[in-house]
Design a binder for this molecule. Sequence first.
Ligand code: FES
Ligand SMILES: [Fe+2]
Length: 365
Amino acid sequence: MRNHDLVERSATLRGLDARYFTDRELFARILDEVFYRNWLLACHASQVAAPGDFLTLTLYDQDILIARGEDGALNAFYNVCQHRGHPLARGSGHRKLLVCPYHRWSYALDGSLKAAPNSQNVPGFDKASICLTPVRVEDFLGFVFINLDPGARPIDDVYPGVREAMLELCPDVTTRKYAHHHEADEGCNWLTAVENYNECYHCKACHASFARGIIDPDSYRVNPFGDIKVLHHSSHATRSADAWYDVSGADYGSFFLWPASAIQFYPGGVVNSYHWRPLAVDDVRVYRTFYSNDGSVDETLQKVIDNDRATTFREDLDLVKNVQRGLKSRGYRPGPLVVDPAGSIDSELPIQKLHEWLREAVGQT
Ligand code: FES
Ligand SMILES: [Fe+2]
């Protein structure tokens, strides 16, 4: 058989064409079809625990505000005043009313307009009809997710079985509180970063510390979780003397929830997460968050944070930036994926799934 035929035969599962990672028009479609209509990790419930607590975040060009109402309910809105469009709040904090800095219209924590200066002198001004535009929000085991699609199905319908699987791995996950996060702009397309997160084919070559200190590479598996858009990573804890900490107890597991959130359990129930928000076609911000039982960072958690940041996190930043440069190369032809159906650590099955899900959302272009 000629080489050419061999290449043709294995061509069925090639990497996505580079334009999925570099083309601005396609990126705009992906924002609309993927990021503005799926559940995305926003924050942790412990960050907005008390009535009046709020925080803001930006999803590409959309500013969002999450607030705990007087009744204890979690509310999310577009962070935009319904008067003439000024953002209502920046950062995070605690308020009884959300007061727009521009003309001081004030809103209750449920989004209803409370007061608008001089509006009593405007005939027919109907305060009761004015409300901040809501965004779907759910507390999923303490993790707060938002969805910009008002018609989105509830999170348990979109990711059935994940709640139970997480509780099985970490029965007390709901007792966790936000403890620490750091973030970085990765200088790559969001999918470059998400692909890199979801395949461990590069782990032995590039993440020696993680491969020895956290997981057991021989037992590492990553597989689709049923037929939903979730990738499930699992592994026994490392048995190496290079373990980062006492890893006895529960195994390693991670649940990547399409398109850009991953809740991860290091051995022994060390809960952490990744999520990504696109900044441009060739830039994405990654948020790396760690949780603890009382919100403090003890010595062990500090060691995990420091080790992770100095090794896995740092190593991935370099890898994805380099790949993004390669994707712009005039010489790049997407190669065949190394898809091992058993889903071993050296399989790119998760890449195949991510590509399927993206094509499903934006079509074959
Ligand atoms: S834009 Fe907010 S009060 Fe005018
Ligand atoms: Fe990596």
